[in-house]
Design a protein around this ligand. Structure first.
Ligand code: X5A
Ligand code: ZN
Length: 698
């Protein structure tokens, strides 16, 4: 299959149609910018960064699934949305310079090199970024990624910095504000360095919320700025719209990253309610990177991407920044694009417990932002005086550095090379482990005959089923009930999900609790190890989950008589029409518990008297698709049929819920989330968002 022709797509889309598809912007020409002399600082920013990404995308057959958008040069006017004309002149002049002059100009900036093609490439990087934003804003595609060089987030109004010439993402934000009259743009900078360039440009601007996490080590790590710490929250009108999460230790991994998303970025982002999300997508925060020294594995970026896809009606633009371990970079880019395309997410590996230093950072950011965000209003006020870190010096990074200092340059080069190869080998194995085949069918549904014509064409509708076709005989239940046609069909769909013939499924039921009992029994027979079950509404049956094979979360408006246990959590949610409030519960409690548990299958039951809004249910199902390799089975009580069409659209990936402006949560709901978090954070460790409690217990 050929890459879809962009112009044809542009012409064929009827006005008002829902945007779909993922844009990919890449051009070989951006490989021509390269270092011409010896410079140990800059030598890692190589042309192969781009070609390696592209080759991996080819290997996973991802190129032809994307909409290919051609690059163009950014214009001088576009560049001057952010940069001064003086600085533009400086960069322009490098085009005709000889090597000596180039070297001299480069030396005027921190960690930068110029090449005769640098100006051309930097203009292409800007243009590529703007084309991506235009494709998404005009709804020709839903989301997309621009693979560009040179990167942008360090560059400033009057200066190149840290391999960056023009600030691609900042220019894109200004462009989108101007061209589409946007009031709120979120920039997520997951590069391992602080994008101080972006921070400076929008420091006083409340219409751009800038989030960055970065290796900091108490200001020891480059660019070593005081302004990179958690207390730099923005200035003037922009106070509260700059979020810095400093990493004071190296070795941060998957659990630390998702914990920051759950407890810092996502709640603030939902309250902000952006119209567009731009990601400064640097992959030097991934495993094996020589700059970052962090441990996040490629699939972590799939999960981070997935979380962001539920903001701004899915309008999500990824723009490449750093990333210097070629394989780690490329695998992570592939994970990002697969997720943008809607593929099932791989299981997030590793122990799901954030480290003490990460918790301290999370606590401090929340404390620093408490006064600016309603969702943090009930937080503790005091920043932790660096409980874990300042008292004893930073760990792994320094010892690694000291170790390297004892080596000759040749030896140091060799040991660095050994590290690269080690990560290469690790990733080869790791990717084999986490990548599984995409099931041929995404969604299977069980309904009554009269409903089948309402189903979207992509959905597989479960026809007749013979009890004999089921893998295991049904025992221990009322034989008459099991013979009921719909129960059999339901179990067939469930079995297809477990066998990975379909990714997800839905069945309507007349007795939700009983159907769930059948389903769980069948999971047990089929040796599914861990089932996460989220039951929304009143349960009229007890589920035994004592052995940890099932984790049940029951969200209900009724008060419960039984007390909570680790595997049986009653979540009393008072009717509260606002989805943004329920979002606090999802990001702050349900997802952290679910990610801590790491289920193999998720069952969501929409039962009688469920107290969530349509958007609330949508959000829940959407975000739970990040777990259990996206294997989700939904049971819907037949009295709640009005929801079914929407749930099916969520399962097929054709719908992202839309949230209006934020209304503050009922205090009792926030209080309840806090109490439950206190109660369970020792068992489900991703719930932790402060180092205060745990440090005493450690
Ligand atoms: C884009 C990026 C890093 C510069 C490091 C300089 N820049 N020591 O990752
Ligand atoms: Zn970086």
């Amino acid at each position: 299959m050929l890459a879809m022709d962009f112009q044809a797509l542009k012409d064929s889309l009827p006005p008002g149609a829902m945007a779909s598809g993922t844009a990919l912007i890449y051009d070989d020409e951006m490989r021509s910018h390269k270092l011409l002399w010896d410079d140990p600082v800059c030598e890692i920013e190589v042309p192969e960064r781009l070609s390696s990404c592209y080759e991996h995308l080819q290997r996973y057959n991802l190129i032809e699934r994307c909409v290919s958008v051609p690059v163009r040069e950014g214009t001088e006017d576009e560049i001057m949305l952010v940069h001064s004309s003086d600085y533009l002149e400086v960069v322009k002049n490098t085009e005709k310079m000889n090597e000596e002059e180039l070297q001299k100009t480069s030396a005027e900036y921190d960690s930068v090199y110029f090449h005769p093609t640098t100006y051309r490439c930097a203009k292409l990087a800007v243009g590529a970024t703007l084309e991506l934003v235009d494709a998404v804003m005009s709804e020709r595609t839903c989301n997309g990624m621009a693979l560009v060089r040179p990167p942008g987030h360090h560059s400033q109004r009057n200066a190149a910095n840290g391999f960056c010439i023009f600030n691609n993402v900042a220019i894109a934000a200004k462009h989108a504000q101007k061209k589409y009259d946007l009031q709120r743009i979120l920039i997520v900078d997951w590069d391992v360095h602080h994008g101080q360039g972006i921070q400076y440009i929008f420091d006083e601007d409340p219409s751009v919320l800038y989030f960055s996490w970065h290796r900091f080590e108490h200001q020891q790590f480059w660019p070593s700025l005081r302004a990179s710490d958690y207390d730099a929250v923005g200035q003037g009108k922009g106070k509260g719209f700059n979020i810095n999460v400093p990493w004071n230790k190296v070795g941060m991994g998957n659990a630390d990253y998702v914990a920051v998303f759950f407890h810092v970025l996502l709640p603030l982002a939902f309250e902000f309610d952006p119209e567009l999300v731009l990601v400064s997508a640097g992959y030097d925060s991934g495993i094996g990177d020589p700059e970052g020294q962090m441990c996040a594995t490629p699939e972590c970026f799939a999960h981070l991407t997935h979380f962001l896809m539920h903001l701004a009606k899915g309008k999500l633009c990824m723009i490449l920044e750093g990333g210097y371990h070629l394989r780690s970079l490329s695998e992570s880019v592939c994970m990002t694009i697969k997720t943008l395309l809607g593929d099932p997410l791989p299981h997030l590996s590793g122990e799901m417990a954030p480290c003490l230093s990460a918790l301290e950072s999370i606590h401090n950011v929340r404390a620093a932002h408490k006064q600016y965000w309603k969702c943090l209003a009930y937080e503790s006020t005091i920043p932790l005086q660096d409980l874990s870190t300042r008292s004893y010096q930073t760990g792994k990074a320094e010892s690694a550095q000291t170790g390297a200092q004892l080596l000759t340059p040749q030896e140091a080069g060799k040991s660095r090379n050994d590290e690269v190869i080690k990560t290469d080998k690790f990733l080869e194995l790791h990717m084999k482990k986490i990548m599984s085949l995409r099931p041929p069918v995404r969604t299977a549904v069980v309904t009554t005959e009269s409903h089948t014509h309402l189903l979207p064409p992509s959905v597989q509708s479960e026809k007749k089923t013979d009890a004999k076709e089921l893998n295991t005989p049904i025992s221990g239940f009322d034989a008459e009930l099991v013979k009921e046609e719909n129960v059999l069909k339901m179990l067939t769909v469930l079995e297809k999900i477990i066998k990975k013939e379909v990714t997800n499924g839905l069945a309507k039921t007349s007795v939700a609790s009983l159907s769930l009992a059948f389903a769980l029994k069948h999971c047990c027979d089929l040796k599914v190890q861990k089932v996460l079950c989220v039951f929304v509404g009143d349960m009229d049956m007890k589920i035994d989950s004592g052995d940890g094979k099932v984790l049940l979360i029951n969200i209900s408006a009724k008060q419960s008589e039984q007390s909570n246990t680790k595997y049986n959590i009653f979540f009393h949610w008072k009717e509260d029409d606002e989805t943004t409030t329920f979002f606090l519960a999802v990001a702050g409690f349900i997802l952290p518990v679910a990610y801590s548990y790491q289920p193999d299958l998720t069952i969501i039951v929409v039962g009688q008297n469920q107290s969530l809004s349509k958007n609330g249910i949508s959000l829940l199902i959407n975000l739970l698709q990040g777990l259990a390799q996206s294997q989700v089975f939904v049971l819907v009580q037949d009295t709640e049929l009005n929801l079914m069409q929407d749930i099916i659209k969520i399962l097929t990936g054709d719908f992202t819920p839309f949230f209006g402006s934020y209304t503050p949560a009922l205090k009792e709901n926030v209080q309840m989330i806090k109490e439950l978090r206190q109660q369970f954070q020792q068992e489900w460790k991703v719930l932790q968002c402060s180092a205060m409690v745990s440090s005493a217990e450690r």
